[in-house]
Design a protein around this ligand. Structure first.
Ligand code: MSP
Length: 595
């Protein structure tokens, strides 16, 4: 295997920036329209999106990084639904391969029981965190075996797989082949010199086997065409460049099976029980299995979005598209890549004992709290460091104080005794300045009016942190608006003053309605609570229903005069500082909170 060494660093920097070509070859026009196989059924149905997470290895319990992939995909799925698209959302577990076989042996369990146990843990985490997948795939399922066998046979019948000889380095932990230039030297725990992968740090072993090879080399120029013709196929841009860079050099053919004597836990090569299909080929086909391959995949295998971590980019941006091209199937529309979480500045690993348990954290900070944190702090281009203290500070500031405080102010009986969505008075807040509103109020209105398109752009590119940053800035502006006009100080006996007070609250509730609607993909529970409190019905929560402050535009507002929802509970309860010992005296706790 001769891949150029390009390590995926902590922040995504590609050494050589390749020239971006605007050239769109006739072939790449086909990728775009998803009709490589030429069937009319495979024409792009833009109303149907298919979103996937990677399928998770079951050799260990879920960790924070896994939840991050799942939350990103869930957010995209919910966003597509909100926009009125059909969306299918698949996740699941990757259960074959040598490392699972070894983990089951180490646990003293038969492989399937072992896989079922861990797969259930993933399912439990996902349901606890409201990951609203529409299909959960396990690679040990019969439907998947059929899909993989069929896919293999298609490649075989097209002459794209041949019996060959592989000799080289292999990392079982990464289930990946490596070139000498991708290796470094290290010591194992017994003080022996070993070779490790420079990228993952995992041990590699020399492997010499007869097995089946896939003609990857035949696809280099088509892959280049695809990436050059579709500059947004891999996002963010830095990862697109990385994939292009890999393709600047020859692509050696890829070993796609292992001898069954070494690897039993997998799917046998059709017609050759002496060989087991390479776990990555097996795993990648899961995306097709869920779509209904081999005969019912046309609706969904069309506009496909894969969410992947940076460590598995090559499998998704090089191997997978090559397999698909070989099988005559459309290529994914987008591969969304995210970087990794470290814990207290270090790579998370079992041996360091610093793996962050996402289930425990979602119980501590709530599911929506963890979702918000991961998406607000996770920057796709660079690694992010996790600490409990960061979660505590962020959630208290943005959810409890800022958003929760705003809702509380505008719905508290003291300011809103009638518990309604009050009326807007155009004389107090006219379209042109001259009423009670000041220049900053008009700026705020403008920012909130533009917010849906800003958020849309960032949700589309999966820069969710930017969307949340924009929402959070608007929430601050709305709090500033309320604070500036202090409606609680307005004279209750003066009807003009009361009309202005109602207008301030009406505008603030309209802002909150926009925030609640836009936040649904990120925080389904909190948004639901917020929108219900505002009296917004389920059918009024779609993207199409956003229509901010119609009264300011001179049209009717369906919410004006409507009763508020009855649940007046706290939107998000302030969290206790996780770093403060529960047994410390109260005073010390308070001091720590103020830090
Ligand atoms: N089984 C393969 C994927 C096959 S998809 C056809 C696999 N599994 S994994 O369990 O190791 O990783 C699943 C996802 O978790 C990947 O997207 C990976 O990048 C992500 N993460 C693993 N560690 C991570 C962090 N520390 N931080 C963020 N995400 C991380 O690879």
């Amino acid at each position: 295997m001769r891949f150029p060494v390009v390590t995926v660093s902590r922040s995504c920097k590609v050494v050589h920036r390749l020239k971006q070509s605007s050239f769109l070859s006739p072939a790449s026009a086909l990728w775009r329209h998803g009709s490589v196989a030429g069937s009319s059924q495979e024409r792009k149905d833009v109303r149907s999106h298919y979103i996937t997470t990677p399928i998770f290895y079951v050799n260990a319990s879920p960790h924070l990084g896994h939840l991050h992939s799942a939350v990103m995909a869930d957010c995209l799925h919910r966003y597509k639904l909100l926009q009125g698209f059909n969306s299918k959302f698949a996740t699941g577990t990757d259960e074959h391969g040598l490392k699972i076989q070894q983990a089951a042996e180490a646990a003293g369990k038969d492989p399937l029981t072992f896989c079922t146990d861990v797969s259930e843990r993933f399912k439990h985490l996902f349901s606890s965190c409201n990951i609203s997948y529409t299909d959960y795939i396990r690679t040990t399922e019969q439907r998947h075996r059929q899909a993989v066998e069929h896919f293999w046979s298609v490649l075989w019948n097209k002459g794209l797989i041949y019996k060959g000889h592989y000799e080289g380095w292999y990392s079982t932990q990464d289930e990946s082949f490596l070139t000498p230039s991708q290796l470094g030297d290290a010591m194992d725990s017994l003080g022996n010199q070993i070779k490790v992968s420079l990228e993952s740090g995992h041990k590699v072993e020399w492997m010499k086997e007869e097995n089946y090879m896939f003609r990857l080399s035949a696809f280099r120029s088509q892959l280049l065409d695809w990436l050059q013709g579709n500059p947004r196929a891999v996002q963010p841009e830095c990862f697109h460049q990385l994939a292009l860079q890999w393709l600047q050099h020859d692509l050696p053919d890829l070993s796609v099976s292992r001898q069954s004597s070494r690897l039993q836990w997998g799917i046998s090569v059709p017609g050759d029980p002496e060989q087991t299909i390479y776990v990555w080929l097996d795993a990648l086909v899961n995306y097709l299995t869920v779509a209904g391959y081999p005969d019912k995949h046309h609706q969904w295998w069309n506009v496909v979005h894969h969410i992947v971590g940076k460590d598995i980019l090559k499998f998704h941006a090089v191997y997978w598209p090559a397999f698909l091209l070989g099988a005559g199937l459309p290529l994914p529309q987008t591969i969304h890549v995210h970087s990794h979480w470290t814990a207290e500045g270090k790579k998370m690993s079992k041996s360091l004992g610093n793996v962050v348990d996402p289930l425990q954290r979602s119980q501590m900070f709530t599911a929506d709290g963890m979702r918000y944190f991961l998406l607000r702090q996770g920057v796709p281009e660079s690694d992010c460091d996790y600490t409990d203290l960061k979660v505590f500070k962020l959630l208290n500031a943005e959810l409890a104080d800022s958003l929760g405080g705003l809702l509380n102010r505008c719905t508290a009986p003291v300011l809103n005794p009638a518990q309604v969505y009050p009326s807007f008075c155009p004389q107090s807040f006219p379209r042109e300045q001259g009423g009670r509103a000041v220049a900053e109020d008009y700026h705020m209105l403008n920012a909130v009016k533009n917010l849906p398109s800003v958020v849309e752009q960032h949700y589309e590119s999966m820069h969710t942190y930017k969307a949340l940053e924009a929402i959070s800035a608007c929430v601050r502006q709305t709090n500033g608006f309320v604070q500036r006009h202090a409606p609680w100080k307005l004279d209750k006996r003066d009807s003009k003053e009361q009309r202005w007070r109602d207008t301030i609250i009406h505008v603030s509730l309209e802002c909150l309605r926009i925030y609640g609607t836009l936040l649904q993909p990120v925080m389904p529970e909190i948004s639901n609570k917020l929108l219900s409190r505002l009296g917004v019905e389920p059918g009024e929560r779609s993207w199409a229903a956003l229509n901010f402050l119609p009264r300011f535009q001179g049209t009717d507002c369906p919410f004006e005069g409507r009763a508020l929802g009855s649940d007046s509970g706290v939107l998000f309860s302030r969290l206790e500082n996780p770093n403060v010992d529960k047994h410390e005296p109260k005073k010390a706790k308070k001091a720590a909170k103020l830090k």
